[in-house]
Write a protein that binds this ligand. Structure first.
Ligand SMILES: [Zn+2]
Length: 296
């Protein structure tokens, strides 16, 4: 069974031990994180706060990337798309950051592609900068763009013109959508734009789901992440609805660090929650292979 991962964030997949080591190096022993897995949303924000406050060196980025790719490989993943928001550090700029990830991809033992992420909480100017970065440089392995970040901030429509420009350059589009109940209306704008894939989609209307099916858009399901951030019961997760209505899905981790998960764990969790057969799971995985991003 080919395991693929289409929705995972670079910063959310750092090995816990590595993160701990980098935190201690920068802030000292008393600043270490005293939990292995987030069990509250507060812990999650604490973790991301720490990751974002790290003043990394280029060699750290390279190490983090190598370890992430090793971990997915050990889990049996044969194809990975990793998404990353361009960052600066002690001795690197945004382009060097993306290039360091690309170099690690060159050394990996399996196929990996890169998706550049636009954080909707950082505003339109930063998004424009990311577009310029991509336009002016050849970034190896780059196949698509993702709109991510705090769903309570900004609106999809603000980022639409920039996403369209990425599309015009031949890049595929994925959008985080329907993560909050108040985003249901925003979903209409997202669907009208016809992204190639949509991430999460926990909140939606029947009408929206019908359109998604007709447009052949794949939903990147992040089961553990959704259960954790919404307190939804596993059995109530809409993945069951997607599958029964024949909507293509991919089973994804979102962040292996925060949710202490792997692609294998996510597959097993969905399988056991809904009592799905091996045959059904394997046909879902097979179908998701058709939705890999490829630059046109
Ligand atoms: Zn995500």
């Amino acid at each position: 069974m080919d395991k693929i991962e289409l929705h995972t964030h670079f910063s959310g997949c750092i090995r816990f031990k590595t993160l701990q080591e980098l935190i201690i190096r920068q802030f000292g022993q008393n600043q270490e994180i005293d939990f292995q897995k987030c069990t509250t949303l507060e812990q999650c924000f604490k973790l991301f706060g720490k990751i974002n406050s790290l003043n990394l060196k280029l060699e750290d980025v390279r190490r983090i990337a190598d370890e992430i790719f090793q971990d997915f490989y050990s889990d049996g993943v044969t194809y990975l798309e990793i998404r990353a928001t361009p960052k600066k550090g002690q001795d690197f700029d945004q382009l060097q950051y993306l290039n360091a990830i690309s170099e690690a991809i060159n050394q990996a033992k399996f196929e990996i592609k890169l998706i550049v992420a636009i954080d909707r909480a950082k505003g339109i100017d930063e998004a424009q900068k990311t577009l310029n970065l991509v336009k002016q440089n050849k970034i190896q392995h780059l196949v698509g763009v993702d709109l991510c970040g705090h769903p309570g901030q900004g609106h999809f429509s603000q980022y639409k013109p920039i996403l369209q420009k990425f599309r015009d350059l031949g890049y595929k589009i994925t959008v985080h959508a329907g993560e909050l109940v108040q985003q249901i209306e925003e979903n209409n704008d997202v669907i009208e734009f016809q992204p190639d894939r949509i991430g999460h989609l926990i909140y939606f209307t029947e009408e929206q789901l019908k359109k998604i099916k007709n447009l052949n858009i794949l939903i990147e399901v992040c089961f553990s992440s959704n259960l954790f951030t919404t307190n939804m019961l596993p059995i109530s997760h809409p993945v069951q609805q997607f599958i029964s209505q024949g909507i293509p899905i991919a089973i994804c981790t979102d962040d292996t660090l925060c949710f202490n998960t792997t692609v294998t764990k996510e597959i097993e969790l969905i399988k056991s929650t809904f009592g799905y057969s091996d045959e059904l799971i394997s046909s879902i995985l097979k179908q998701s292979l058709n939705y890999k991003f490829k630059r046109e």
